[in-house]
Design a protein around this ligand. Structure first.
Ligand code: NCD
Length: 293
């Protein structure tokens, strides 16, 4: 039984295969490969893109999807996560897709070896399907060759699972990663180059990944005023100038704080293409995990 807790669960060959399958799915609507399969989603944190993307991916391949809303489940009556999961597994789904505020939650459920577990974002540590769809989008943009290209991750890096998963996967794939943020958003333990000044990196990057301030993970407010943050870190047309930089964001975008309205409309910004690609990548992931091919 294979799980996707982190991208480290995947071999290089499996990643190549996922990218290949996703590209094919993008070209042509696939057959109902997962017609007899049933997936359960278990999202303990809010989600717009990831949950619907998994559902669309599963349904495009013919699978059924059941959602459990933890805010209305027995978790509210004190049932443990492991017990809730075991009960869901007793219904014999082919996989459970989980989002949770604890870094370890998906791994703990995977270790129970009751059904395939897919991590849809856990704590600040891992969001493997986002990392894979970002990799797909970057490779597609550069025609496949990303070795040595530089990506700046800009924003609340220390609290972001998109950043941690992205750093692991993109460096593994040969990209250079630089981190750009005000001090409280920069990780203390990282051997990657860190900058507080966005202007200092603009001439050396091929990609910018902007990130939202993860307010729900801040124990106390880090900045009172995100307008002041935006003055230094918002990706604006003025900042980009005529540079040919690919601009990404996992969403939700805080308009005019993370990325300006103008840049969101600019062809260099591929935020909606990321969302589109997310479905194809998740289709490829479901095919790999549920059909073992
Ligand atoms: C992110 C998440 O929830 O980790 N969104 C997503 O899955 N596309 C990022 C965020 O909430 O800022």
């Amino acid at each position: 039984m294979q799980h996707l807790v982190d991208t480290n669960n995947l071999s290089d060959a499996q990643i190549d295969n996922l990218l290949f399958d996703a590209a094919n799915f993008k070209q042509q609507r696939p057959p109902q490969l997962l017609k007899d399969k049933l997936l359960i989603t278990l999202f303990f944190e809010p989600s717009t893109r990831t949950r619907s993307s998994f559902e669309v991916a599963a349904k495009r391949l013919g699978a059924s999807v059941v959602h459990l809303d933890p805010s209305r489940s027995s978790t509210k009556k004190g049932e443990s996560l492991a017990d809730t999961f075991a009960n869901l597994c007793a219904m014999e789904p082919d996989g459970v897709i989980i989002r949770h505020e604890e870094n370890e939650a998906p791994g703990q459920l995977a270790n129970m070896q009751m059904t395939t577990v897919i991590n849809a974002g856990a704590g600040n540590y891992a969001h493997p399907t986002q990392a894979l769809l970002d990799l797909f989008t970057i490779k597609e943009h550069f025609g496949g060759d990303i070795e040595g290209k530089t990506i700046a991750i800009v924003g609340d890096i220390v609290n972001s699972r998109v950043a941690s998963s992205g750093i692991r996967l993109l460096t593994r794939m040969g990209m250079k990663v630089v981190l750009v943020a005000p001090k409280p958003f920069l990780p203390q333990s990282s051997d990657l180059p860190q900058y507080e000044n966005l202007e200092a990196v603009l001439d050396k990057v091929d990609v910018i990944m902007s990130l939202r301030a993860q307010l729900e993970r801040h124990k106390k407010p880090i900045f009172d005023d995100y307008e002041a943050y935006a003055e230094h870190y918002c990706i604006t047309k003025k900042r980009l100038g005529s540079r040919n930089i690919l601009v990404l964001h996992p969403g939700p975008v805080m308009r005019n704080i993370d990325i300006s309205d103008e840049v969101l409309e600019d062809p260099r910004c591929k935020v909606l293409e990321q969302v589109k690609n997310g479905v194809f990548i998740r289709m490829a992931i479901l095919k790999l995990l549920l059909l073992d091919c």
